[in-house]
Design a protein around this ligand. Structure first.
Ligand code: G3H
Length: 494
C-alpha cells in the first residue's frame, strides 16, 4: 500500500480493497465483491481490488464518450501542458510508485525507479511529439490526378478515434500504461484502462493526470465478468494491448477498430564466429536475465556457432554465478517470478529439457516462485524450451554450424518480435537482419524496446501494429479531410 500511504494517493483505498477510478473519482463497486492480488515473493494475498460489474463498465464508457468530446476541442498546446504536468508528478512520486512495483511484481528496487523515471520522460516526449505531428496537416490540389483541373483543395489533418481501451502487462505496469495513456490523450482521445491482474497499487498514477476528470478511467474485475465485455464493447474505438496469448483471442473478438498488440516473443540471439565474445556474454546475461527474464524482449534462445560456443558458455556461467538471487527489496538481480503458475510452467520446460538430454550448466533450484538462473546447453529442436517462451530466468543454447541454420531456427518460430546478431562484419549483419522474420533486429546489442520513441513491432504471433511514441500517436488518430471545391478555371476565367 505504498501509494495509499502517501497523502496524495490516500483515497485510492477503501478499507482493505482498492477502489476503481471513474469520472475523476476513486469508487467502490456496487457488486460488493473483490479480487485478490497475490504478492509473488510471499505468495500471500497482498490486497484486493474491486470486482466491477458490467453496468459499471457501461457507465465508464458513457462518461468517457462525453469527456472525450470536450477534450478533443481542448487546444493541442493545453493537452500537451497537461501531459507535462503529469510527467512531473510521476517523477516527483517515483519513490512510492517504485515501492509498489517492488511489492506487487517483485521488480528489483533499482529497476522499479528506472521504470518510473523512464515513464515520466515518455509522457513529456509524447507531449512534444504530439505537438509536432498533430500540429501539421496536408494540402493536396486536384490537378495532379489525370482528368482534373486545379479547382479542388483537399485539407487533411489528424483527429482522435474516440475511446481507447488500454490493457498493459504486469511486467511494466507503469511504463506500458503511460505508453498508451500519453498518445491517447495528446491525440484527443479518452481512455479506459484495465490493469493486469497482478498489479494495482501503482495505478495510483492516475492521480498524475489530475485535470482529466472522466477522461481516463481504470476498471478492475474478474475476466469472466468484464474481460470480453470490455474488449467487445461498442463504445471502444481502439484497443492497445500488451501481454501474452490473450491478445490473439482479443484480436479475434474485437470489432472493426484499430488494434495495437504487443504479444510474446522468442527473441533469438545469433552469434557468429567473429563476434566480440565478451560483448556477447554481457548482452546475453543482461538480455536474458534482467527482471528474471520476464520481458517480451528478453533473449530467449541463443543460436551460437559451435566453434565459439564453449568460450561463450563459460563466460556466461561466470557472470551468472555473480548474480544476486533473492527478494526484490534487497535489489537482487533475480527475484521471484510473478505467479506460482508461471514458476510451474518454467519448471515444466526445464524438466522436459532434462528428460531429453540438455546439459545443465547450473543445478536447477527453486524456492516458491524464486528460480535460480539457469543456462541449458546443447538444447535440440525436439525440446519444448527451443520454441516456448519461459518468461523466467532460464535460457537455452542451441549450437549451430552456419548463420543460415540460425536464421532458419529464428524463422521457424511462431513468434517474430525481436532478434539480435553478434558479428564484426556489418555486411553479414545486415544480410542476416534482412533474412530474420522479426519486427526489429539489434546488431551487437540485446533486444530492447527502448528508447521509447523507436518503432517497436512484432511479426506473426508477436503482434499487430507498431508502437513507439510517434507510431502510437498516429495509430490513435484517423485522417479527416475537407475538400474545398471552386468553380472550374474554365468557367471563371472564360
Ligand atoms: O515485456 C515487454 C516490454 O515491452 C519490453 O520492454 O525492452 O524495455 O524491457 P523492454
Amino acid at each position: 500500500m505504498a501509494l495509499a500511504g502517501t497523502g496524495v494517493f490516500s483515497e485510492i483505498i477503501d478499507g482493505e480493497v482498492y477502489r476503481y477510478y471513474a469520472d475523476g473519482e476513486w469508487r467502490s463497486s456496487a457488486s460488493g465483491k473483490s479480487v485478490a492480488i497475490v504478492n509473488p515473493t510471499t505468495r500471500q494475498t497482498q490486497y484486493r481490488v474491486q470486482a466491477c460489474t458490467q453496468e459499471e463498465v457501461n457507465k465508464v464508457m458513457e462518461a468517457a464518450k462525453v469527456a472525450q468530446k470536450a477534450w478533443a476541442r481542448t487546444p493541442l498546446w493545453k493537452r500537451a501542458e497537461l501531459l507535462h504536468k503529469a510527467a512531473a508528478i510521476l517523477k516527483e512520486h517515483k519513490a512510492p510508485i517504485a515501492e509498489c512495483l517492488v511489492k506487487e511484481i517483485a521488480k528489483p528496487a533499482k529497476d522499479a525507479v528506472t521504470e518510473v523515471v523512464r515513464s515520466g520522460d515518455l509522457v513529456s516526449y509524447t507531449a512534444e511529439e504530439g505537438v509536432r505531428i498533430l500540429g501539421e496537416g496536408k494540402l493536396l490540389v486536384s490537378d495532379s490526378f489525370p482528368g482534373n483541373e486545379r479547382n479542388k483543395y483537399c485539407l487533411s489533418s489528424k483527429i482522435p478515434l474516440g475511446v481507447v481501451l488500454a490493457i498493459p502487462p504486469f511486467n511494466y505496469p507503469v511504463n506500458l500504461a503511460v505508453s498508451k495513456i500519453g498518445p491517447a490523450l495528446i491525440a484527443g482521445n479518452a481512455l479506459v484502462l484495465k490493469p493486469p491482474t497482478q498489479v494495482y497499487d501503482s495505478f495510483g498514477i492516475f492521480n498524475s493526470f489530475t485535470e482529466c476528470e472522466g477522461l481516463i478511467s481504470c476498471v478492475t474485475g474478474k475476466g469472466s465478468e468484464i474481460g470480453d465485455f470490455l474488449t467487445m464493447h461498442p463504445g471502444v474505438n481502439c484497443i492497445s494491448f500488451t501481454g501474452g496469448d490473450t491478445g490473439i483471442a482479443i484480436s479475434k473478438k474485437a470489432g472493426m477498430v484499430p488494434l495495437q498488440m504487443e504479444l510474446g516473443g522468442k527473441d533469438a540471439c545469433i552469434v557468429l564466429e567473429d563476434a566480440d565474445l565478451d560483448l556477447v556474454a554481457a548482452n546475453i546475461v543482461k538480455g536474458a536475465f534482467s527482471y528474471s527474464g520476464q520481458r517480451c524482449t528478453a533473449v530467449k534462445v541463443v543460436l551460437i556457432m559451435e566453434s565459439v560456443a564453449d568460450a561463450v558458455v563459460q563466460k556466461v556461467n561466470a557472470k551468472l554465478a555473480k548474480l544476486k538471487v533473492g527478494p526484490p527489496e534487497d535489489n537482487s538481480d533475480i527475484t521471484p517470478v510473478v505467479t506460482e503458475s508461471s514458476a510451474n510452467f518454467i519448471e515444466g520446460l526445464v524438466m522436459d529439457a532434462k528428460e531429453k538430454g540438455a546439459t545443465f550448466c547450473q543445478e536447477y533450484r527453486r524456492e516458491g516462485n524464486l528460480i535460480w538462473p539457469l543456462l541449458l546447453d546443447h538444447v535440440r529442436p525436439d525440446m519444448r524450451i527451443a520454441w516456448e517462451e519461459p518468461f523466467g530466468p532460464v535460457l537455452p543454447v542451441i549450437r549451430i554450424n552456419s548463420a543460415e541454420e540460425g536464421i532458419h531456427h529464428c524463422n521457424a518460430s511462431n513468434f517474430g518480435l525481436q532478434g539480435c546478431i553478434f558479428t564484426r562484419d556489418i555486411n553479414k549483419a545486415i544480410l542476416i537482419s534482412d533474412a530474420m522474420e522479426t519486427g526489429t533486429v539489434q546488431i551487437n546489442y540485446a533486444p530492447a524496446r527502448g528508447p521509447d520513441h523507436f518503432p517497436f513491432q512484432g511479426l506473426k504471433d508477436s503482434g499487430i501494429g507498431s508502437q513507439g511514441i510517434t507510431n502510437s500517436i498516429n495509430m490513435m488518430t484517423k485522417v479527416k479531410s475537407t475538400v474545398i471545391n471552386l468553380p472550374s478555371p474554365s468557367y471563371t476565367m472564360g
